[in-house]
Design a protein around this ligand. Sequence first.
Ligand code: PXP
Length: 242
Amino acid sequence: MNLRLGVNVDHVATLRQARGGHEPEPATAALLAQGAGAHGITVHLRADRRHIQERDLRILKEVLAVPLNVECAATQEAMEAVIPVGPSWVTLVPESREELTTSGGLDAIFLQGPLKQTVRELRAAGIRVSLFVDPVLDQVKMAAKLDVDAIELNTGTYSDLPMDADAGPELTRLREAARLASRLGLRVLAGHGLTPRNVGPVAAIPEIEELNIGHSLIGRAVLVGLERAIAELLAAMAEGRA
Ligand code: PXP
């Protein structure tokens, strides 16, 4: 199975919002990413609208040829903003206003009641649903029970390890969660904090179909350009897969 790259362009919008104007345009970045080999585009519509705005969703949906994946909280407010746009995928994530970025997976066990309703609503609108969860077997089992299409495994703990730490135990958790999810019929994605330096061992997990990567990629693109940053990342992913 080839490993796909979903490019998260939130931080192009972060730069735009810093001045409250029109530049840089996330849709332009998304089209450049698509041209450079991205297999999908991801954006996070946060409740505080700190980066991506509703107009971005509409424009991205209109111009992209690759699938659009919108991350959002499982709230009625988010559903009212996202469902009418009709993205290919919605990834449900936990969200708190204080956090700098998504800071952990959803507790699908604790939230099973409200999640069930949200998943039903999205699927009825023809939108595929993914749950962002930590690599915990009980969370994976609950995701399967909630009848979602996919899970995205949170690689944040792995990515935050110091360079000289033993990544073995965290990689084992990711491998076992990916294997169980696949056995339960779920598609498996992963992401958070991945970079060309640390992506290899995650790319090597055979059940993982797609990686969602944003911050390191946009940070590198500011220095060397988006096309080169994507080429470097795709090369590191291919090397890890091989
Ligand atoms: N996956 C999810 C669910 C996320 O919330 C994020 C961050 O927006 C990412 C992947 C990408 O993480 P990063 O920006 O660290 O590459």
